[in-house]
Design a protein around this ligand. Structure first.
Ligand SMILES: [Zn+2]
Length: 344
């Protein structure tokens, strides 16, 4: 028996008051007199409970997953809006809500933090929020946005030394980062259909081009949404790495880079699990997220990704335990330690 750990869930169902507060904050950028205060946002524990019990927790029970690694709604991070102070206040609010959800449902949710990133601002400014979330809120990881500009890619690649202060803290606290963009403000890129998948693919290629893991051998990244296009084009990436005189990808990348299973059909999961070693695959659904409908070909929800693992002829036996639990506990040591304190 395995615990079924979903390593990729966002608080997409937060009470409406959160969105209203955010809209007021955005309006306050133009009209400082109307800027809301943090204490103006009032969400009770009962409201939090209801938003989870009717949604994520209900589906977790229906589908048979035990724990969700839970972070603020990715598309709402919107790091491109306002300045560092705007992002900082917003991140603190969103992280506190996920912390409260984890406190209310300690058997089912473990928090991961968003960072108060802002375009053109030194990533080191995110460290106080990161440390608060790890030390005070028990966060087991972070979401790192490689493109805080929201689709214009104005930041240096992830291998650039500008990011190193974040990586140093990740290593110090032994936390991984999911490389996760936010909403697209570039009309060319649909947020979840293009920008997310582009970013996943872009992150993989940046990591191939650089030698980041020589500087940080213990650094760990999760590339969500099944790794974007990378697994599908693994031959291209192996070939490019070879031409760049990089080591084999199994040595250059796969000691540090992991892929989730947020791929919403069986052939996609089959490809992912055939191409990428099982030790690098973490179960996830990103439920309730981008794709909420039912697949007419199967009669089941697209994002009910556990079905694809259960129906897999590739991930069988002990490999299934790795994907559901063991790999995730290895990549998130603070989650492992936390679960052990619960006797799990
Ligand atoms: Zn996500």
């Amino acid at each position: 028996m395995s615990l079924i750990i979903d390593c990729h869930g966002h608080y997409t169902t937060a009470p409406k008051a959160l969105e209203n507060w955010r809209n007021a904050q955005i309006a306050g950028i133009q009209d400082p007199a109307s800027m809301p205060r943090v204490i103006d946002l009032k969400i009770s524990d009962d409201e939090l409970r209801e938003s989870i019990e009717l949604n994520q927790l209900r589906l977790m029970k229906e589908r048979g997953s035990d724990i969700t690694i839970f972070s603020p709604r990715a598309s709402f991070m919107a790091h491109h809006i306002g300045d560092f102070q705007i992002s900082s206040t917003w991140a603190a609010i969103c992280n506190e809500l996920c912390y409260r959800v984890a406190q209310l449902f300690p058997d089912h949710f473990v928090p991961v933090a968003m960072l108060p990133q802002s375009p053109g601002v030194d990533p080191a400014t995110c460290i106080p929020e990161l440390e608060k979330c790890v030390k005070e809120y028990g966060n087991v990881g972070i979401n790192l946005n490689p493109d805080p500009s929201g689709g214009h890619w104005t930041s240096p690649p992830l291998t650039d030394k500008a990011w190193y202060p974040i990586y140093e803290k990740m290593v110090e606290h032994d936390i991984p980062a999911m490389v996760h963009v936010s909403t697209s403000c570039n009309a060319c890129f649909h947020t979840t259909g293009a920008h997310y998948i582009n970013a996943d693919t872009t992150a993989v290629m940046q990591l191939i081009q650089g030698d980041l893991f020589q500087d940080f051998p213990a650094l760990r990244f999760i590339i969500p949404h099944g790794g974007g296009a990378a697994p599908y084009h693994w031959g291209r990436y192996r070939g490019l790495a070879q031409e760049m005189k990089k080591p084999l990808l199994q040595d250059h990348l796969l000691k540090n880079v992991f892929f989730d299973t947020c791929v919403y059909h069986q052939p996609g999961i089959d490809l992912l699990t055939k191409v990428i070693p099982v030790d690098n695959i973490l179960f996830a659904s990103e439920m309730i997220g981008a794709v909420r409908g039912i697949d007419p070909e199967t009669g089941h929800y697209f994002d009910d990704t556990k079905r694809y693992i259960e129906n897999s002829t590739i991930v069988v036996g002990d490999d299934r335990h790795k994907v559901y639990e063991a790999n995730t506990r290895r990549v998130f040591p603070r989650l492992d330690a936390h679960l052990k304190t619960q006797g799990r």
